[in-house]
Design a protein around this ligand. Structure first.
Ligand code: 13P
Ligand code: SF4
Length: 371
């Protein structure tokens, strides 16, 4: 007998025509409940293949519990309801996670949505560590959960506080603008944060011609070209391993098959990829661009998870990944099962020590102030 079986139980009196009660509980809870309710006189019998449960009670044989196995999605929905939780998912999450999320978006959209949330007590952040950390910094009164502790963005590990300090010695007057793909402890040492959606706007807003920018050197180069400012990438060659997989050669081959396709490229891709793009933007900016464009086919150079959302929102259009194996293994660590366990056991709680959170919050809020 599967003791972890979660059942929807219908308690009814056999001799009555209407339902007396409706209860949801785990099988273990059920055994405890019946035992205590009927002073250990209950006996549980398993009928069929885990679908039905019946209870024979000494002296109360007219009670039967009928149980239906809940799907994982139903269990997650129930936990969300019971615990007043919401699920925020990044555009790279697995399709089944995107489909049950309350909001799907890019890094800035997710942070904004987390900040605007008034009702929820728990935010399950189905993404990678730095995104959940930002949500925790911006929502100190809410419990922020990351379903998989190991879901880390390798780019966010590429810049340390010591490195920033060293660069500041070389460029003492240059403000530090950091991509949100950084750890909270590092954000605490910057003047302002940015995302791929607003990096150009943020760098234009700082009152300096020379800017220290990290950790992605491809985004730094994109910003340099767009702003004309002197952008010093810190570290010199920080990168996203997934976006480095896109190569112009693959797009040229796809263009032979889809000559009219629009090429959408994330600014974390190489400069060579940016050079052949029709549109460069964050993941959600790509979604908006695809929606309003009259084009029918799009070649997409960002993590493959976004294809699900693009197809869902644009049923009449065609989306082709510029490189199908461009998968972010960290984003994909989150699964429905892990999301369920995360909600059930309220793990892994993401917390940022207040002295660090205070400084990092300032850098994030400065970014949000720019309309
Ligand atoms: P977006 O903000 O465009 O969603 O990008 C986040 C990210 O990690 C890209 O790899
Ligand atoms: Fe980090 Fe790249 Fe994954 Fe985005 S796609 S989370 S930048 S490793």
């Amino acid at each position: 007998m599967n003791r972890n079986l979660v059942c929807r139980c219908e308690l009814r009196r056999l001799d009555a025509t209407s339902q007396d009660d409706l209860v949801d509980m785990t099988f273990v809870d059920l055994a405890q409940w019946t035992a205590s309710a009927f002073e250990n006189k209950a006996r549980l019998c398993f009928l069929g293949k885990g679908i039905y449960l019946s209870v024979r009670l000494e002296g109360f044989t007219n009670y039967v519990l009928k149980a239906k196995v809940m799907t994982l999605v139903e269990k997650i929905d129930r936990l969300k309801r019971d615990k007043k939780a919401i699920i925020l998912a990044h555009n790279y999450q697995r399709p089944e996670i995107q489909d049950i999320a309350d909001y799907v978006g890019d890094s800035i959209g997710l942070s904004r949505r987390a900040m605007e949330e008034k009702e929820a007590k728990i935010i399950v952040f189905s993404a990678v560590d730095f995104m959940a950390e930002s949500a925790a910094i911006l929502n100190p009164d809410k419990k922020v959960l990351l379903p998989t502790l190991g879901a880390r963005c390798p780019m966010a590990q590429m810049l340390t506080v010591e490195q920033i300090k060293r660069w500041k010695v070389l460029y003492p007057l240059a403000p530090v603008v950091l991509y949100v793909n950084t750890l909270a402890s590092v954000k605490a040492y910057c003047d302002v944060c940015c995302t791929s959606a607003n990096a150009v706007k943020v760098v234009n807003s700082v009152n300096a011609e020379t800017v220290l920018f990290g950790p992605d050197h491809n985004l730094a180069e994109y910003v340099r070209r767009k702003t004309g400012k002197t952008i010093i990438p810190i570290p010199e060659r920080g990168f996203c391993p997934t976006h480095m997989l896109f190569q112009p050669e693959d797009v040229h081959v796809l263009k032979l098959k889809y000559p009219d396709a629009i090429v959408m490229v994330h600014p974390e891709c190489t400069v060579e990829m940016q050079d052949i793009a029709d549109f460069i933007g964050s993941t959600s900016q790509m979604c908006r661009h695809a929606k309003k464009s009259n084009a029918e086919t799009f070649i997409v150079a960002t993590e493959e998870g976004i294809i699900h959302r693009l197809k869902k929102e644009n049923p009449g259009k065609q989306f082709v990944s510029a490189y199908e194996d461009a998968v972010c293994p960290n984003m994909k660590l989150n699964t429905l099962e892990r999301l369920y366990t995360s909600l059930k056991e309220e793990k892994y709680v993401i917390t940022v020590p207040e002295p660090v959170a205070k400084k990092a919050r300032k850098a994030l809020e400065k970014m949000f102030e720019l309309k």
